[in-house]
Design a protein around this ligand. Sequence first.
Ligand code: FEO
Ligand code: CA
Ligand code: CA
Ligand code: CA
Length: 604
Amino acid sequence: TLGRGRQPKGLQFEPVAPNKLDQVVVAPGYEQAVVVRWGDPVLPGAPAFNPGRQTAAAQAAQFGYNCDYLAVLDLPGEPRRVVMVANHEYTDEVLMFAGYNAANPTREQVEIAWAAHGMSVLVLAEDHDSGRLTPVTRHRLNRRITATTPHLFTGPAAGSKLLKTSADPTGTRVLGTLNNCGGGTTPWGTVLSGEENFNQYFGNADLVTDPTVKAQLARYGLRGLASERKWERFDKRFDVSQEPNETNRHGWIVEIDPFDPDFVPRKRTALGRFKHEAAEPRLTRDGRVVLYMGDDERFDYFYKYVSRDRVKKGNSPAARKHNLTLLDEGTLYVAQFTGDSPAAEIDGSGKLPSDGEFDGRGKWIPLASGNRSFVPGMSAEEVYVFTRLAADKVGATKMDRPEDVEPHPQTGTVYVALTNNSDRGAAGKAGPDEANPRTRNRHGQVMEVMESHNDAAATSFTWRLFLVCGDPADPSTYFAGFPKDKVSPVSCPDNLAFDRYGNLWIATDGNALGSNDGLFGVAVSGRDRGQVKQFLTVPIGAETCGPIISEKRVMVAVQHPGEVDGASVEKPVSVWPDGPGNLTRPSVVSVWRSRGNCRIGEDD
Ligand code: FEO
Ligand code: CA
Ligand code: CA
Ligand code: CA
């Protein structure tokens, strides 16, 4: 077995072996059930899922596709009920529609896809004696947000000419949220959602001739003619040559209030525009909020935002109103990482430098604060809308795809998942550095960032790599010094979470070791620091998302099951969760202890 003596609390389970099964496999002694699937009713009156007769109107009232981030919040006054918020990142048309013709999608298919994007708010009822959760489909808080739901821009770039289109001459109102990936839950009970790979929805960027606009588009991956889904044929805002500023209206952090079903979602411009993976909060010593945010692209950056004002405690209307202004006034920073070992010792192989650690110091470089820009040659509005270009100018460190980030709830150390970077060290690309030490990095790493004086508002920090992922038999891997014959292989860390004992849980996306993705637990302190153990695996082709580890339950979002090259409705690779003859359906899963002590990861 993997153990060396008694395991730490929260991690007392037998690890799951790597596999390629078309099912969710959980540790021995645990049970599981699907909570909600793509197409299940969310709003009152929503029809049951009928894949042969799906309509956009039905989809707009049903659970969306490709669930990613999950937030679960207590519901005051309603015991044994919780409100769940789920992101719906994108659509897999070939797995959704029988006979899908990618060259010529129908308007109905496109409108179904618009309705399958966005977010769901869904109240769940907790079972008395298990971890099972059941949707409460008539609850007044249930809500769908889609690619056509009205949103407001707030903060310093709201109303900017860069955000104006023919449909919105004010630059303050935008339809929809796209590619909602990771997220965060604020101390005041709202949910944040990151708009990530929004570029894929826009066509005809190559028809733009203005060199400045072309360069701005290119830095965000907007290029080519026809888009993959051909949405530009059905709404001209997706045609960059007709509405170039529409692209500027995506790539933000969205804040929603799940307790107010009429709340107009806000795109918070003070948090900058990039391929937002997630936004995870921490408080400064004087009670202001800090958000840590990754830009998930090879060679892109790690950011933080520090609010000007303090969080007001409590749930009074005045406190809620105040707290909804916190993400509009503050300072946006980008991270620069410096190693402490000689550059010659960082040879790209992953071999530890002579001081025994990939570690060093770093600083937070300010980009803009309110209407003030710190970037030469760029106005504050330009910094917020073209944040990548601003960060390029100030010497930020090019990272190996910063995905999710999670501050440790007890120590304050910030954990950053750097998922992989196959181009590190390639011709014409940045080579290895101590924070991104492997060339052609296929498996990723997990970093620890310790703010100076442990103050989230600090402008300097120290850092070290906690894990350098991969097969433990691969000499380029590092498990915080834990014996590598006693750890689970782990590849492509993406979403992060902590349990109540302060153990880190890592969900993976794209396992480059050839087995299915999964969820792993690992102690970050004590003698078991670095002992990675696999708790579950997801079906073939799926990514593990949205992990929530509570006392009695582990929840994960199983995203894009069966998404394998060449797979389609007619030739499925996955039929999870409903078996042969059924479409595969991205779903939320709950896992709990079968018997005995019902707490997750605790021996009887
Ligand atoms: Fe949507 Fe970076 O994962
Ligand atoms: Ca070092
Ligand atoms: Ca992700
Ligand atoms: Ca990912």
